[in-house]
Design a protein. Structure first.
Length: 108
């Protein structure tokens, strides 16, 4: 197997071993039943089942439906979630969120 990890999970930052090989273009849609490696995608059982249940009209691998859940760091897996907008992330502010600038030193 050329890609040992699930392609869809890896796209959202999860590391999951692939245990299914999927035809990127379904055979029923005219895809080659025995394509080269670039015509196949490594997927985990969950992603393969989700793609298969969506059918041909949903496209090859991607779905417009948001991914539910969070990664190990607590951030949402869905890259379009509002948390990922710069104004909502805590990266630039740190854990205090700018509160230190509001503290007032009293006379000693």
């Amino acid at each position: 197997m050329i890609e040992p990890l699930c392609r869809d999970c890896r796209a959202v930052g999860r590391i999951v071993l692939a245990n299914h090989v999927d035809h990127i273009m379904a055979i029923s849609s005219g895809g080659d039943p025995f394509p080269n490696h670039d015509g196949l995608a490594s997927l985990c059982a969950s992603c393969h089942g989700a793609k298969t249940s969506r059918g041909d009209e949903a496209g090859a691998i991607r779905s417009s439906k948001p991914r539910k859940g969070c990664g190990v760091d607590g951030s949402p897996l869905d890259s379009s979630h509002p948390w990922h907008e710069k104004s909502l992330s805590a990266d630039d502010q740190g854990p205090t969120g700018g509160i230190l600038s509001q503290l007032v030193l009293r006379g000693r």
